[in-house]
Design a protein around this ligand. Sequence first.
Ligand code: NAP
Length: 304
Amino acid sequence: MNDIYDVVVVGAGVAGLTSAIYLRRAEKKVLVLDKMSYGGQIINTLDIENYPSAEHISGFDLATKIYNQAKGLGAEIKFQEVTEIKDNDDYKEVITNKGIYKSKAVILAVGSANRKLGLENEDSLLGKGVSYCATCDGHFYKGKNVAVVGGGNTALEDAIYLSDMASEVYLIHRRDEFRADVKTIGILNSRNNINVIYNSNVTKLNANEKLESIEVTNNDGSIKTIAVDGLFVAVGRIPENKIFENLLDLDEYGYAEAGEDCHTKTKGVFVAGDNRKKSLRQLTTAVSDGAVAATEAIKYINNL
Ligand code: NAP
């Protein structure tokens, strides 16, 4: 089996690319697969200031550095969508939309996707008023009214970012307390065109080709309609483990059950990054998982 990879890494975010760096430094033959591009969740983050040594760096720049480092060390990186992985005991078969690859071990560093609100025309209004990425689409809403949904760091950072270009920003949160950090809440409070609406949910999208207004329902049952051109949904993310259910145990939220050693219930299958069950999902912990999963995969391969 000369055509067999030592490890196929699924996901070219920071966890997957870090795995590739460690695997190549151990001279393992590695293929990294990702759907569309490298970088994962951070690719649209404008400024990262909690990654040691970087002080301030954009997500794109950081991801590009890690990508170039992995490539420079000899990792093969292909942009193909993995649709299935079969466990054939002594080797794994990784099936993509463009081919089939064999490998001795697999690292699943697949991260997570945007959680949706589940509203009737949410999907059809994507790009017509509904967005999941303020830094990607914010500039379309210069001088217009927009709303953001959510109470975590992403939602507050999106509202702050949008307040620089939009006329009014409505931040709608389902509770009366944010889960974002204190520093970000402080910046939010200093902006006079951000209107916070607590204890409320967006319950309807009113559109005529494009989004025109949203229905906001308070937890007390009262309803109001707010005219907005854009709605930015920032209500967290969902791990992308579903298609690998044959290889993994998933918890109630869909995260892969695996300890700090990144081992899963399937021999030779490891998980790394945001799709693993853990207490803190940050760049630093994704990088850490990438290193651990690669090291465990190397041990596994060397003992075959
Ligand atoms: P998050 O912290 O999980 O927050 C999701 C928010 O959406 C919560 O406020 C939640 O409300 C709300 N929510 C969830 N489902 C909802 C629904 N169906 N309808 C309405 N609201 C809903 O997600 P995140 O903000 O994307 O952040 C993810 C992680 O990345 C966090 O650990 C965060 O600290 C980190 N992060 C860090 C930075 C930074 O350091 N600069 C930037 C962005 C993100 P409840 O509060 O009621 O649960």
